[in-house]
Design a protein around this ligand. Structure first.
Ligand code: G4P
Length: 291
């Protein structure tokens, strides 16, 4: 069994981001946290719960088009059981986004009623979008803006990292101020992010990564691998991951002169195809059963 490779990263300006988020929280009514539905644990910032504290929050399981729908449903039930409304979305196509504003309104129902009781009818609802890089924050904001033909607000005191987007009558979104990093120091987190393409490949050993992906997939989704690469069931179960990678390369005719398999090409093909959901809808971090 191989080891997860430790992925080097630079913490950047986490302290600055934390401060910016704390400051900005005072300006918003709710927080929409985006996670990658294929890796809902690894695609979160480890201190986000502490940062957000008591602010009403919802979770968007984005890239649901590439995740296992059974698992996505379980994750939603899991979050709901912890008092956090959650919904699946596909910010690339826009699927599911029609439910976003209604869910925020439902979340803030009592707050809106109390504003109205105080005569503040039609008060704008402001939501901060948070998420680690590559989960789809820009895609969400772009989609929502396109739907409402909105543009960026130009207000005094609004900096470039602190932009408000009007996405409907009385509804505004704010992008994460600064960069919220995931928990890269945990090797499994780094690896799952690398599988999904959230880490630059040029710092990764692609063959090692592909072997680790094979180890993961043969446990969670063996049929997907068998079907895609036409492997024998016994081989997938018993061969070393590197031998499976060789078998995949061989099937694809990825040979170098002398007849050996070009395992680097096979690794890149496997990772590309996994990231492009060619192996099917896959969730790597799973909830055992419905809550
Ligand atoms: P970020 O702001 O949080 O960093 O993420 P961003 O929106 O830039 O999205 C990162 C990548 O994920 C983009 O792909 C984007 O198209 C893709 N993406 C976002 N949401 C979804 C989704 O729901 N489903 C799928 N399948 N993909 C999604 P990219 O390769 O970086 O760019 P491009 O392919 O859009 O050119």
């Amino acid at each position: 069994m191989g080891e997860a490779q430790s992925i080097q990263w630079f913490p950047g300006h986490m302290t600055k981001t934390k401060r910016q988020i704390e400051k900005t929280l005072k300006l918003v009514d709710a927080v929409a946290e985006i996670v990658d539905a294929r890796i809902p644990v690894s695609s979160r910032n480890p201190v986000i719960d502490k940062l957000i504290q008591q602010k009403p929050r919802l979770i968007l399981l984005n890239k649901a088009d590439m995740a296992d729908p059974v698992q996505t449903k379980r994750w939603i039930a899991h979050y709901r059981a912890h008092g956090i409304p959650a919904m699946p979305v596909d910010c690339k196509s826009g699927k599911g986004l029609q439910n976003f504003i209604p869910l925020v309104k439902e979340l803030l129902k009592e707050r809106v009623a109390s504003w109205e009781a105080k005569g503040m009818t039609g008060r704008t609802i402001r939501v901060m979008v948070v998420g680690v890089p590559n989960v789809g924050k820009s895609s969400l904001i772009n989609r929502m803006c396109r739907q409402s033909k909105a543009n960026v607000e130009d207000r005094p005191g609004v900096t470039r990292e602190n932009r408000w987007f009007t996405i409907g009558k009385g509804f505004e979104l704010l992008d994460t101020p600064g960069v919220l990093w995931p928990k890269f120091e945990d090797p499994q987190v780094g690896e799952h992010l690398a599988f999904t393409g959230a880490v630059k490949d040029d710092i990764l050993d692609m063959e090692h990564l592909a072997c680790r992906l094979i180890e993961t997939l043969r446990v969670l989704y063996p049929t997907a691998v068998l079907q895609r690469y036409q492997l024998e069931e016994q081989d997938l179960a018993q061969l070393e991951p590197y031998e499976i990678l060789e078998a995949i390369g061989k099937k694809r005719g990825m040979l170098v002169s002398g007849g050996a398999v070009n395992t680097e090409r096979a690794a890149i093909a496997l990772l590309d195809e996994f990231r492009g959901a060619k192996l099917g809808k896959i969730t790597l971090e799973q909830v055992e059963e419905a809550v």
